[in-house]
Every structure is written in structure tokens, then in C-alpha cells.
Design a protein around this ligand. Structure first.
Ligand SMILES: Nc1ncnc2c1ncn2[C@@H]1O[C@H](COP(=O)(O)OP(=O)(O)OP(=O)(O)O)[C@@H](O)[C@H]1O
Ligand SMILES: [Mg+2]
Length: 236
């Protein structure tokens, strides 16, 4: 079943239109990538879903149009956004950041079990559990941002350039952990990534944005076989 469906989504910043017909769909439990160059509109697409940018077109979550809802309403429906730049609370510890992510939950045992699961998934966070987020490395901060989002028990995770600023080896560790998270939790994911090699470790299919428009989409295997994708996104 389809969990999220975008139909001809548009968005503007002031007078400047930056999305001009973005369409994609994420199946229940699936992982879909959004590829595209700098400024193509990837981040804006995620913002239009999470309600932080006003959008046109249709944005259906579990069959209902959520376009125009406020960010906290979208979050309460089960959509968690891990923004570019991560956004953890630097003055709070790893433990406190994870607990903040669970602030709407009341199932104490479930919260404890999810923290256990996340510390097993990201062993670095276990070592830094009582450290302030501001003292973490870039990779650890990315793990924490994902962890905090997962603590809300979302149905859908919106992930924006989790590899940004990380060494290639660290980025792989982060993506492989997120792939395991996906397998073991069943959380669906919409994954923005400029590095298609990384995205393809996680997603089953992807859509390519060019200047605010979906121009191409296909399964990971189909996209890997296309010359233009290889040239633009796979370094060969
Ligand atoms: N807050 C903003 N105000 C005005 N224009 C913006 C704002 N954010 C983004 N833009 C513009 O909107 C367009 C799409 O930006 P967006 O951030 O969605 O691209 P992106 O695909 O995520 O790029 P990147 O790969 O660099 O993160 C760009 O031209 C950008 O300059
Ligand atoms: Mg972006």
C-alpha cells in the first residue's frame, strides 16, 4: 500500500517558485531516494511534506491530504524530519536528546526498548550517552539526529543529506546503520542524497529532480543502468 504520495507539488520562497511539479510515492515500509544537483529542490520537497514550507498540489499520507497542516500536526501523524544540518540540542546530552524525541509518547517500556535498540544500532552513541551533543563528532551528531527522530516512533522518516560533511567511510557506516534500522523497524523512508552510491545502499527506488521538477524515476537497478545517472551521480 502507498504510504505517501506527492502529486504535482509546487512551492515558492516569496515570489520565486522553486518546485514546479514534484511527484513521487513511498510504499508502506519502502525507502525512496530523491537525487538531484544543488538547488534542485530536494530539501524544499521534504519541507513541503513536513509543513515547514507552503506547498501546492497534493500531498497524501495514508490517503489523506496533509498539505497545509502545521509542522507539529504533521509530526503527530507519524512523519519525522531529520533536517539538513541535524539540529540536535547541543547543550543536552545524548540521552536527553533521545528523550526529547519521545516527548509525545507515554509508553515508558517502549521508550526504554527503543533507546536500547538505538544504542545497539549506533554503538558510538552508547559510548557518548552522557556527553553533550555539542561535543559529538559530525557522524555521531548525524546518528543522534536519526535516533531522536526514531524516538517519536514515526511511520515515515524524511532524511536530508545524512552524509553531508562526513568522511566517506563514516557516511557508509551511517547509511548501513540506517538500512538496518529500516529492515528491523519497518519505518518507511524518503531519503534526499546527492551521493547516489550511498543512497543506493538504502533505497529501492529513486526519483531525480531537476530545477524543481521530477524528471525521472525508477528502481535502484534501473537507475544504476542509465548512462546519464552514472555520469551525473555515480562518478562514472
Ligand atoms: N529559505 C529560502 N529562501 C529563499 N530561497 C530558498 C530558500 N531555501 C532554498 N531556496 C532556494 O530554493 C531552491 C531549491 O533549494 P533546496 O534547498 O530545496 O535545494 P536542494 O536540492 O536541497 O539543494 P542542496 O543539494 O544544495 O541542499 C534553490 O534555488 C535555493 O536557492
Ligand atoms: Mg538540500
Amino acid at each position: 500500500m502507498t504510504l505517501l504520495e506527492l502529486e504535482s507539488v509546487t512551492a515558492s520562497y516569496g515570489p520565486v517558485q522553486v518546485l514546479d511539479g514534484v511527484s513521487l510515492s513511498v510504499p508502506e515500509g519502502g525507502a525512496v531516494g530523491i537525487l538531484g544537483a544543488n538547488g534542485a529542490g530536494k530539501t524544499t520537497t521534504l519541507r513541503s511534506i513536513s509543513g515547514t514550507v507552503r506547498a501546492g498540489g497534493r500531498i497524501l499520507f495514508e490517503g489523506k491530504d496533509i498539505r497545509g497542516k502545521r509542522p507539529e500536526q504533521v509530526a503527530a501523524l507519524g512523519i519525522a524530519h531529520v533536517p539538513e544540518g541535524r539540529g540536535s540540542f547541543g547543550a543536552l546530552t545524548v540521552r536527553e536528546n533521545l528523550r526529547v524525541g519521545a516527548y509525545l509518547r507515554r509508553d515508558r517500556k517502549g521508550i526504554a526498548a527503543d533507546i536500547e535498540f538505538l544504542l545497539d544500532l549506533f554503538p558510538n552513541l552508547k559510548e557518548r550517552y552522557k556527553s553533550n551533543a555539542s561535543a559529538l563528532s559530525g557522524g555521531e551528531q548525524q546518528m543522534l539526529a536519526v535516533g531522536r527522530a526514531v524516538m517519536a516512533k514515526p511511520r515515515l522518516l524524511l532524511l536530508d543529506e545524512a552524509s553531508l560533511g562526513l568522511a566517506p567511510s563514516t557516511a557508509k557506516v551511517v547509511y548501513d546503520a540506517i538500512a538496518r534500522l529500516r529492515r528491523e523497524s519497518g519505518i518507511a523512508m524518503l531519503v534526499v542524497e546527492q551521493n547516489a552510491n550511498l543512497a543506493f545502499r538504502l533505497v529501492d527506488s529513486a526519483t531525480v529532480l531537476e530545477t524543481g521538477r521530477s524528471v525521472l524515476s525508477g528502481t535502484t537497478a534501473e537507475l544504476k543502468g542509465m548512462d546519464e545517472i552514472r555520469r551525473a551521480y555515480l562518478g562514472g
